[in-house]
Design a protein around this ligand. Structure first.
Ligand SMILES: NC(=O)c1ccc[n+]([C@@H]2O[C@H](COP(=O)([O-])OP(=O)(O)OC[C@H]3O[C@@H](n4cnc5c(N)ncnc54)[C@H](OP(=O)(O)O)[C@@H]3O)[C@@H](O)[C@H]2O)c1
Length: 333
């Protein structure tokens, strides 16, 4: 429960009344949930949507349906599902609209299902519909060892791009290589612009940027003529200000992605992309990399790992004993 806004430590595990079922809703017994950066922002009270405390954080989960509302037809008690919500997932039970859950294919374990959501869907829509990345193109991913970034590395490689991942630690860069990156750059080792030039002196085609700060301009400068730069988030805490002459000189396209607005304005693209992505997930070609697993009692530590930018891939919170055995580990290739 987040009873007051603040750093992750304000989140405490408490007994609260079960959420009320709605006519269009389903009740899910949560097995695993996973952490996204916006959860940290919601707890801090700095997210773009205002959610006044008290609330239960957590925005994606997997589990089993235990009750359905009177108006629900396509979901049944006993279904194994994953789902997303604005908050409420770090709990034994969550109630969400039936439209917010998706049935799980047999063989997909709860942790993997909980970790496959916001980050991969964001990365897929960005690469498919915003950057429109094509096979053979050169893609740079900032924050390429964690949530949205590592998902963009995996998906970029599957879509045929040659991926360069920028990340701060050995673990993150190793994860990027294991998940399809052709090159990695240590953002702490010096001049990122020069490191990018060393890899491709004539430039890159696409930059995906969920980090912001100083890195953004260095990456934008590495684009070649008519390259595409997609701004996705500002995990660094700093919204960059780009000199427009850089955009003018290279004919660069600066693009943005915001999930909720994309869903409203591009419903057909959203549906088509999500079908394509789910097929990649179910066939094992795109699988979330889980870097850490915490118990519900330690959920504040899980949030802190993400808040401090330490997460490698996705951070999972186990709520109940697994409903299915974890599968043999698969790579993202
Ligand atoms: N537009 C959308 O619809 C949408 C959807 C989902 C997420 N987002 C946004 O995308 C961003 C990334 O989300 P995520 O879930 O991928 O987060 P994440 O897993 O925590 O990854 C963020 C990465 O940013 C880098 N970073 C650099 N400076 C940092 C700092 N001061 N604090 C924390 N991280 C820092 C770190 O990588 P290195 O250490 O390797 O640099 C970190 O691993 C967030 O701003 C989130 O709100 C946007």
């Amino acid at each position: 429960l987040c009873a007051t806004n603040g750093p992750p430590d304000v989140v405490r595990v408490e007994d609260v009344p079960a959420p009320e079922l709605t006519a269009e809703g389903v009740r899910v017994r949560v097995a695993s949930a996973s952490v996204n950066f916006p959860d940290v922002l919601l707890v801090a009270g700095t997210y773009q949507l205002d959610v006044p405390p008290p609330f239960i954080p957590g925005s994606e989960f997997a589990g089993v349906v235990t009750e359905v509302g009177s108006g629900v037809e396509h979901v049944a008690v006993g279904d194994r599902v994953s789902g997303a919500c604005l908050y409420g997932a770090f709990a034994e039970e969550v109630v969400v609209p039936a439209l917010a859950v998706t049935s799980l294919a047999p063989g997909i374990d709860d942790r993997t299902a909980a970790a496959f959501g916001v980050a991969h869907r964001t990365a897929f829509h960005v690469l498919r519909s915003v950057a429109r990345v094509r096979p053979g193109e050169r893609l740079v991913v900032l924050g390429g060892g964690s949530g949205v970034g590592l998902a963009a590395v995996q998906i970029g490689q599957v879509l045929g791009a040659e991926v360069t991942a920028i990340a701060s630690t050995d673990d993150k860069r190793r994860a990027a290589l294991d998940n399809g990156a052709a090159h990695t750059i240590d953002r702490r080792a010096g001049n990122v612009r020069e490191a990018l030039r060393d890899i491709h002196p004539d430039g890159f085609d696409v930059v995906v940027d969920p980090v912001g700060g100083d890195l953004s301009e260095a990456a934008l400068r590495s684009l070649r003529w008519a390259g595409r730069f997609v701004t996705v988030g500002y995990a660094s805490g700093e919204i960059p200000r780009i000199p427009l002459n850089l955009v003018l000189l290279k004919g660069v396209h600066v693009l943005g992605f915001q999930f909720s607005d994309f869903a409203v304005h591009e419903p057909d693209a959203l549906r088509a992309n999500e079908q394509e992505l789910r097929a990649l997930f179910e066939s094992g070609r795109v699988v979330p990399h889980i870097g850490a697993v915490y118990s519900l009692d330690d959920v504040a530590d899980a949030l802190r790992e993400v808040a401090e930018g330490r997460a490698v891939g996705k951070v999972v919170v186990d709520v109940a004993p697994p409903l299915t055995a974890p599968p043999t580990p698969r790579t993202g290739r």
